[in-house]
Design a protein around this ligand. Structure first.
Ligand SMILES: [Zn+2]
Length: 178
């Protein structure tokens, strides 16, 4: 008769390998099939005998468009860092618009490009980072459904934020300044 330990090792489990940046099926010693150490494979979801390893979308629109809100709400606290980054980018754009000059505009374009690139990087890692926390209780399909809602909400949010920024910088600020 098989011992309890044997039975446990026969269970198939999936996890998120931070080095592969993908969902993988653990080998029996807990390591990643690509050879990464067990510590790199995070989260745990039991797989049925013939169940394939779930896959995830490579990009999370909610994480891209509103990282300071999506991040903390999904356990990816690094997203909060985009709030000061956005304020900094806004101040660079505003000073270019107020004072003009090629140098300031090149600086503003660089800051915008770097911010978007950083957001893109964050959004590419977002699904794995968020799903590893909840994969024990949520299928990849359920997670994808939940993230579609985030994506739908993030579009009007981003438009409203940009609209408010433009309104504040162009219309309101000159009035407030007199
Ligand atoms: Zn791996």
């Amino acid at each position: 008769m098989a011992s309890l330990d044997d039975a446990r090792f026969e269970l198939r489990t999936a996890g998120y390998c931070v080095l592969c940046d993908a969902l993988v099926e653990r080998r029996f010693d807990g390591t990643c099939p690509a050879g990464h150490v067990a510590e790199a494979v995070q989260g745990r979801r039991l797989l049925a005998d013939d169940e394939p390893v779930p896959t995830m979308s490579r990009f999370n629109l909610g994480a891209f468009l509103m990282p300071p809100i999506w991040g903390p709400a999904n356990g990816a606290w690094a997203g909060a860092i985009f709030l000061p980054i956005w304020l900094f980018a806004d101040s660079v754009i505003v000073s270019a618009a107020r004072r003009g000059g090629m140098g300031l505009w090149i600086g503003a374009a660089f800051v915008i490009a770097a911010t978007l690139a950083f957001e893109y990087f964050f959004a590419r890692r977002a699904n794995g980072v968020a799903y590893r926390r909840v994969m024990h209780k949520m299928s990849a399909e359920e997670f994808a459904r939940q993230q579609r809602i985030w994506a739908i909400v993030s579009i009007p949010f981003a438009l409203a934020l940009i609209g408010w920024g433009l309104y504040f910088d162009i219309v309101l600020w000159p009035v407030l300044k007199g």
